[in-house]
Design a protein around this ligand. Structure first.
Ligand SMILES: Cc1ncc(COP(=O)(O)O)c(C=O)c1O
Length: 370
């Protein structure tokens, strides 16, 4: 089934499978973050953890898979999808494979979270942990040696950016156009879009979709971690630094990333990305993941820069959209998240809570489990 058109609603109908729930994610105002940073423009998040697989990657995985099916490359009951992935493409493919009768082997860099590893296993995937730079070569070797193995290859498959050009971009356009005539100032256009680069599908596809059919002058900002080598000019990058953020930044430039479609690359540290994610949790109640935090950090840095402030951040009615690729579900056990509670201030009701527990302990001598 083709992806649902922008404006489509899940309300009031039954979906055949989880796959029909892909896309049409909400665009949500982030007024509290905007206020905390003194922005005058509108700030929005495209919240992709609403996808059934938990991330933006559901969109392109479905398109790659259905294209391969149409070309007769997949045989239910036999084909084994083998894919290098930071985890989210893997989860999307494993969800689809589960519903369509394929098997999956996901080759994931060893630094990726245990949370993603468990999600993949829950969906029936075989998980192979490979040293980071080898995930592609390990996948290629497995495709050559596992009978009926096939790699859809998100890094070069044209259906990856196409999915974003045909679904993500039109959804954002429809949402922003709906602000015209409302009670808040709006230019009626997406003036700034900010994402980050993994396979490049999101940046390349959304940039194409927005420029072709909406606003040729849209500013595309890419937020890139210190140790990534994707940013231009190259002098911005520190190739020897490690990357800790998952999904944002790479040590090679994938074919699906059109680096020239980006108007400006903004470098951020891993810590800036994590801190922005935690701030979005607390201020907006949006439980985003680390790469989404990186996008927010990069976008805020741009909007507060001289150029960004003059044209957008300091101008009422301008619309700045942050791509939020996944949610905290993928990072629940990671130190950047769990350690953030270590310094949480003591409860103002510490005394009442302690008294209530003391009282309860008098009676709770036995576990009532029978
Ligand atoms: C959490 C997360 N953020 C960002 C990205 C980057 O998206 P893209 O591959 O479209 O560049 C990915 C890709 O796997 C991801 O998993």
């Amino acid at each position: 089934m083709p992806p649902p058109a922008a404006g489509y609603s899940f309300a009031g109908r039954v979906l055949e499978t989880a796959l029909d729930g892909i896309g049409n994610t909400p665009l949500i105002r982030m007024d509290r973050i905007a206020k905390a940073y003194g922005l005058k423009c509108n700030l929005y998040g495209k919240v992709e953890y609403f996808n059934p697989g938990g991330s933006v990657k559901d969109r392109m995985a479905l398109r790659m898979l259905e294209a391969a099916e149409k070309e007769g490359k997949l045989i239910p009951g036999k084909s084994v999808l083998i894919e290098p992935s930071a985890g989210n493409t893997g989860a999307a493919l494993a969800m689809m494979a589960c519903l369509k009768g394929y098997r999956t082997v996901i080759v994931m860099p060893d630094r990726m979270s245990m949370d993603k590893d468990l999600i993949l296993r829950a969906l029936g995937a075989e998980v192979v942990r490979a040293p980071g730079p080898t995930m592609l070569s390990v996948s290629e070797t497995l495709v050559a040696t596992i009978p009926h193995g096939i790699m859809l290859d998100q890094f070069i498959n044209p259906n990856n950016p196409l999915a974003h050009e045909l679904t993500t971009a039109p959804e954002i356009i429809a949402a922003i156009e709906s602000t015209v005539g409302g009670d808040r100032p709006t230019s009626g256009k997406i003036d700034v879009f900010c994402g980050c680069g993994g396979s490049g599908g999101t940046l390349t596809g959304v940039a194409r979709g927005l420029r072709k059919s909406h606003n040729p002058d849209v500013k595309i900002i890419a937020s890139d971690p210190t140790g990534s080598i994707l940013a231009l000019p190259e002098t911005l990058n520190d190739p020897d630094a490690p990357i800790f953020l998952e999904g944002a930044g790479l040590k090679f430039v994938p074919k699906n990333l059109d680096r020239t479609s980006v108007s400006k690359w903004v470098k951020i540290t891993d810590a800036e990305g994590y801190n922005a994610a935690l701030q979005v949790h607390r201020l907006e109640a949006l439980l985003i993941g680390g790469s989404a935090g990186a996008v927010v950090a990069g976008l805020l840095k741009y909007l507060k820069s001289d150029e960004g402030w003059e044209e957008f951040g300091g101008v009422e009615g301008k619309n700045a959209v942050a791509m939020l690729p996944d949610g905290i579900r993928n990072y629940m056990t990671q130190a950047w998240f769990t350690d953030s509670f270590a310094n949480a201030s003591d409860s103002p009701w510490a005394k009442q809570i302690e008294d209530a527990l003391d009282e309860a302990r008098k009676y709770a001598l036995y576990d009532v489990n029978c």
